[in-house]
Design a protein around this ligand. Structure first.
Ligand SMILES: C[S@@+](CC[C@H](N)C(=O)[O-])C[C@H]1O[C@@H](n2cnc3c(N)ncnc32)[C@H](O)[C@@H]1O
Length: 358
């Protein structure tokens, strides 16, 4: 069976998590490799349909890649090249419908692209909407090898939106974590169906939603001290159709740094101690302050320990890099550090710490 050439983009730092997800979700993938000179893209070949690509949760976007050995984009309009671009657009449309397309390319408003846009419209029926078209056709120079002309790559995004856009996100919550990072947190915590999962400082529930979408759990509880955050989490869980489906996540208002209050609030709805604790403490000045970060992080590790089973995993996503390092050293009698993953997201560099309870 012929292979479709696919590129997956991701947030720098999440390469290994995505590669692990690809091995699980796309077992037919061949030749998974890094794209040269990039720290945000994996290349692979896929036999058959692209439908399974849409199930990836740690990728930002998936693209069908067509390499054209031509000197300039003007030549894309010759029938054999045009056919390949149109085929890639149809492969994307089979995964998710669009009615419009746009180019992302240097010179996208040049006569060569206007002509190409007209021909693609004729071939696919999609409207060329340069500003807001759904189906993105990206054009870039190919990879240079020696003195040979590198040609051009045409990348057609799979589906009308990036994979990182989640339809369940209906509540706008300041400081909500990027969904692909949340999906990575869920995978780093390991997805086991018997787990009782506790999401502390849950905000709008991104970590919990992504964990529940990654696989079944025995019980799920979200904790925040702010009623508005819990309302946002409830709306998102509802939109993801997770609220009324067993095990019916429970939302609790409590201080996640107070071991006694937390134990009293979560033990019954969890049905016992937590096997997995996920947390995304406040950062910047949105929900807390930098000055309060040491107390908050130390309190979080202590309280999470109080409600977790021996051997439980704690995954903390934090922007307070130095504070967290100090706090983890200070909590060595409670938690054993397992891994630390640095992610680059829109100018921020949060870390994902995985810790095992003693
Ligand atoms: C960075 S936000 C979490 C964002 C969340 N991951 C999301 O995607 O929406 C941090 C949250 O911690 C909550 N918080 C701060 N201190 C807390 C405490 N002591 N106990 C419980 N929640 C707390 C805030 O109300 C806020 O909702």
């Amino acid at each position: 069976m012929p292979l479709t050439s696919v590129e997956l983009t991701y947030l720098p730092g999440l390469r290994d998590v995505l590669a692990d997800e690809v091995a699980q979700v796309l077992p037919g993938a061949r030749g998974v490799r890094d794209v040269r000179d990039r720290d945000d893209a994996l290349a692979l070949g896929l036999p058959g349909s692209l439908a399974a690509v849409a199930g990836l949760r740690t990728a930002v976007a998936a693209w069908v890649v067509v390499h054209l050995d031509v000197p300039r984009p003007k030549s894309f309009t010759s029938p054999e090249h045009l056919r390949r671009i149109v085929d890639a657009m149809y492969a994307s449309l089979r995964v998710g419908g669009s009615s419009t397309f746009r180019f992302e390319a240097a010179g996208a408003d040049s006569p060569a692209f206007t002509r190409l846009g007209d021909l693609l419209h004729e071939a696919t029926g999609l409207l060329h909407d340069p500003g807001t078209g759904d189906l993105v056709v990206r054009v870039r120079r190919g990879l240079r090898r020696g003195d040979v002309d590198p040609g051009w790559d045409v990348l057609v995004r799979v589906g009308p939106r990036p994979l990182s856009a989640r339809t369940w996100r209906v509540a706008d919550f300041p400081g909500a974590v990027n969904a692909t990072i949340a999906a990575a947190v869920a995978r780093l915590a390991e997805v086991r169906p018997a787990d009782r999962v506790l999401n502390l400082m849950a905000g709008s529930g991104t970590l919990l939603v992504e964990r529940l979408l990654a696989g079944p759990v025995a019980a799920a509880v979200a904790v925040d001290r702010d009623a508005a955050a819990l309302d946002a989490a409830r709306a998102n869980l509802e939109a993801a159709r997770l609220l009324s489906r067993p095990p019916r996540p429970v939302l609790v208002r409590a201080d996640a740094t107070d071991p006694d209050a937390l134990r009293a609030a979560v033990t019954a709805p969890l049905g016992g101690p937590a096997d997995v604790v996920l947390a995304d403490p406040p950062w910047g000045t949105l929900h807390g302050s930098h000055a309060d970060a040491p107390r908050l992080h130390a309190g979080l590790l202590r309280a999470a320990h109080a409600v977790a089973a021996p051997g439980a995993r704690l995954v903390v996503l934090t922007h307070e890099v130095k504070v967290m390092e100090r706090v983890v050293r200070g909590a060595a009698d409670l938690w054993v550090p397992r891994s630390e993953t640095r992610v680059f997201a829109k100018g921020h560099h949060p870390r994902i710490h995985v810790l095992d309870r003693r």
